[in-house]
Design a protein around this ligand. Structure first.
Ligand SMILES: CC(C)(COP(=O)(O)OP(=O)(O)OC[C@H]1O[C@@H](n2cnc3c(N)ncnc32)[C@H](O)[C@@H]1OP(=O)(O)O)[C@@H](O)C(=O)NCCC(=O)NCCS
Length: 182
């Protein structure tokens, strides 16, 4: 596997990245990028020259996954999105993409990478309930019910820093995570 920056002129990989984001979120977040056009728009946004878009490719040059990062504060970048094609999941592609983004964001001088990971399909114990008045009590006792990626990020060194209750509708929160990279 090789990881490199996606270039605007690489139309074939841009298409594959758009297809991959639709396929990767079809089960867990079907409203996020329901069509190829939605996927393509997201890829194009991430190709902003101020941001970072990295692709993971197999030996034949086919796209396995991709990751985006953008500078949102003077010293903190947001990781968004992270996509591994369904057929390439659980083979270390996601971890490698996160590590490469961290390397580049660290070199850019940031202290922190943060992300939000939605739960809209009852994947964790934080969904389907009222998180008020003490969201942190629920966060402390979070359980992964159906393969929510928060555990993937924990394995990459990220911690849960909070939750945005009802971010995607009642009982559908966004789980916030961060990692110190310096
Ligand atoms: C979540 C995702 C990015 C993980 O990428 P991946 O390439 O499948 O993960 P890796 O193979 O690098 O996994 C690294 C570790 O995390 C674990 N892991 C991966 N996905 C996991 C999940 N959903 N739940 C729990 N653990 C998970 C792996 O088992 C592995 O653990 P190990 O080191 O103990 O063996 C990928 O499955 C994906 O694209 N999913 C759909 C889209 C998505 O949810 N993106 C993130 C939204 S915030």
């Amino acid at each position: 596997m090789k990881i490199r920056k996606l270039k605007k002129k690489n139309k074939e990989l841009i298409q594959q990245a758009a297809e991959a984001i639709v396929a990767a979120f079809a089960d867990s977040h079907p409203d996020a990028w329901p069509s190829f056009e939605d996927g393509l728009e997201e890829v194009k946004e991430c190709l902003d020259p101020e941001s970072i878009l990295l692709v993971a490719l197999d030996d034949s040059g086919k796209l396995l996954g991709w990751i985006g990062g953008s500078e949102e504060y003077d010293y903190a970048w947001e990781l968004h999105p992270l996509v591994v094609a369904p057929s390439a999941q659980r083979q270390g592609v996601g971890r490698a993409l996160v590590a490469e983004l961290e390397k580049r964001v660290k070199a850019a001088g940031a202290n922190t990478i943060y992300l939000g990971s939605d739960d809209v399909t009852n994947q964790t114990s934080l969904s389907g309930i009222d998180l008020y008045p003490d969201p942190f009590d629920h966060v402390r006792n979070i359980k992964n019910l159906r393969n929510h990626p928060f555990e993937f990020y924990q394995k990459c060194g990220y911690v849960i820093t909070g939750v945005v209750p009802d971010a995607n509708g009642p009982g559908k929160p966004d789980i916030m995570m961060a990692k110190r990279i310096q």
